[in-house]
Write a protein that binds this ligand. Structure first.
Ligand code: TXA
Ligand code: MG
Length: 357
């Protein structure tokens, strides 16, 4: 693997590699993607191989202009209301963290869509991604650039650490601004349906096309995998998991008695919640004394000191990567307030739970 910069020469190198069927990890505004020429079945096969991704889990095709949308999506197979939704969303919310599921044209190999008659299309809002797509073939298939089931990468080093020996190039465009993957919206169902909450809040989609339904992996239940996985295989509940087992609790309810466990880490939404938690230990804390010795303070992380969901989303995967690097033995995390990007954060925390594995 060679790390590339965003210089013109390096971007040319990366674009030529894509044309030649090689694998290039590239920055997008959400997470780093593992890019391959979307029209080249052999390159696509290499993506599945590098990620150890099952071939029943389809890829997102990234475009850099609307002409390509018509080239790969078959609007004649779409109900007219859905077609106008697609055009309105493309006009208002692209480029951005929104992926649309649309009927596919034959030019997209079946491997990209895992044999489904639909294709996932996204127009990313990152200048480097747009350059690379436009300079190469105009359509770049890119799943998140992580081994299947592991946390998505939000900087180039995350990619190098986990996939470095299996891919050709990484283009280092710095940290990703949004930090969680795109929202996946199915426009082929009778009612537009969010298959994966993500960087584009539901409220912004509804402001353009009216009410949508949401297929969730039931963040409020303990029921484990649900049928959502069959509709969009990426909704498998064991996604985005750090190596350390993660347990999820309601906001403000991390269990105080568990801090004595060696190597345990605490993950709070905001500084207020963390302060409330530790205030319980003022004075010589009984529960921090075990077998006659004072335990160290547990490792604690806060997604956003101020409780800003945008910042929390941007930092979520980075913090999970850090905790894995610290080799913690377990992570106790709290849910964040619902709505906006909070829904995407809670979805990823839910999927990272060890109980679902
Ligand atoms: O933000 C993102 O979306 C990132 C960046 C790199 O663009 N990409 C990403 O790709 O998250 P990936 O492969 O990790 O997730 C794609 C999701 C999966 O849940 C997959 O099952 C779903 O999109 N998907 C792809 N094609 C589909 C289709 N035709 N029908 C239903 N779901 C589909
Ligand atoms: Mg992924």
């Amino acid at each position: 693997m060679r790390m590339l910069s965003v210089s013109e020469t390096d971007l040319q190198t990366a674009a030529s590699a894509l044309v030649a069927g090689k694998l290039v990890a590239l920055p997008t505004e959400t997470v780093y993607g593992l890019g391959a020429n979307a029209y080249d079945p052999v390159a696509l096969a290499r993506v599945f191989e590098a990620k150890c991704r099952p071939t029943f889990d389809p890829l997102i095709v990234h475009i850099a202009d609307l002409a390509t949308l018509d080239k790969i999506a078959d609007f004649s197979l779409l109900a007219s209301a859905a077609a106008s939704f697609a055009h309105a969303l493309a006009a208002r919310l692209w480029p951005g963290p929104l992926t649309l599921i649309l009927p596919k044209k034959a030019i997209i190999p079946d491997l990209a869509t895992s044999g489904l008659p639909t294709v996932a299309v996204r127009f990313p809002a990152h200048p480097v991604a747009l350059w690379l797509i436009a300079l190469s073939t105009g359509a770049v298939a890119a799943p998140s650039a992580n081994p299947f089931g592991y946390i998505s990468p939000t900087d180039a080093q995350h990619v190098a650490d986990t996939l470095g020996d299996r891919i050709d190039f990484i283009v280092d465009g710095g940290p990703c601004e949004v930090g969680v993957e795109s929202t996946v919206l199915d426009l082929t169902s009778p009612v537009p349906t969010i298959l994966r909450p993500g960087g584009m809040p539901r409220e912004c989609i509804e402001a353009v096309i009216g009410p949508v339904s949401v297929l969730t992996s039931k963040p409020d239940s303990e029921s484990g995998p649900v049928s959502a996985a069959a509709v969009s295989p990426g909704l498998l509940t064991s996604h985005y998991a750090p190596r350390a087992p993660l347990e999820l609790f309601p906001y403000g309810s991390l269990p105080r008695e568990r801090v004595a466990e060696p190597g345990i880490a605490l993950l709070f939404f905001d500084g207020q919640s963390r302060d409330r938690f530790f205030r319980g230990f003022e004075g010589p804390p009984e529960s921090l004394v075990s077998a006659g010795r004072q335990l160290e303070q547990p490792i604690s992380k806060v997604l956003s000191e101020e409780g800003n969901p945008v910042e929390a989303a941007a930092r979520l995967f980075k913090i999970l990567h850090e905790l894995d690097g610290l080799k913690v033995t377990g992570i106790l995390a709290e849910r964040v307030p619902a709505g906006g990007l909070g829904d995407a954060i809670n979805d990823r925390l839910f999927k990272a739970r060890s109980a679902a594995r």
